[in-house]
Ligand binder design. Structure first.
Ligand SMILES: Cc1cc2nc3c(=O)[nH]c(=O)nc-3n(C[C@H](O)[C@H](O)[C@H](O)COP(=O)(O)O)c2cc1C
Length: 153
């Protein structure tokens, strides 16, 4: 069964709600398994072993959360030349007060360095977490799971 790694950091719970909604979408398909992990617990092996990775970060000071940056810092050297991560499918979910584009662009820039493959448009949630945005995250999880299983990604 395909395994989708959903990585997040969250202080007040907003990003975790989005990440959990992605997880429910994956699980809802019944043919993929989602693993929800705080960024500080994610290892290079986790990234190598999954079929796709969803990176969920709040925007802090026009950047990704420090824990998400730390994950990249800790794993880049080990993974950068590893064939197992070449074109690894990924997408990004951001929770922000009023922007989110800076965190997104920094994450996407780093993902290019890893040679990951972007498989879906990012979701940026500005302000309160609404039912509408949670539905988008569920749909994202379903789309990723189905696309991986169908070999589209
Ligand atoms: C230290 C800090 C810095 C922040 N910087 C930004 C920012 O640069 N741009 C923005 O749109 N929101 C900013 N925010 C708002 C957060 O992105 C927003 O509240 C987000 O939903 C927090 O997610 P979390 O609950 O998962 O931590 C900041 C919040 C904090 C606590």
């Amino acid at each position: 069964m395909a395994e989708i790694l959903v990585v997040y950091h969250s202080q007040t719970g907003n990003t975790k709600k989005l990440a959990s909604a992605v997880v429910s979408g994956v699980e809802e398909t019944g043919n993929a398994h989602a693993v929800l992990k705080h960024a500080s617990c994610v290892t290079a092996q986790d990234i190598k072993g999954c079929d796709a990775i969803v990176i969920c970060s709040p925007e802090y000071f026009g950047y990704m959360a420090g824990a998400v940056k730390d994950l990249f810092d800790r794993t880049y050297e080990e993974l950068k030349d590893d064939a197992a991560i070449y074109k690894k499918p990924y997408c990004v979910v951001i929770s922000a007060g009023n922007d989110g584009t800076f965190a997104l662009s920094h994450i996407e820039r780093i993902c290019k360095g890893y040679r990951f493959k972007k498989i879906q448009h990012p979701i940026i949630c500005k302000g309160l977490i609404t039912e509408d945005i949670l539905t988008k995250c569920v749909d994202l999880g379903m789309t990723i799971a189905e696309g991986i299983n169908a070999g589209i990604f």
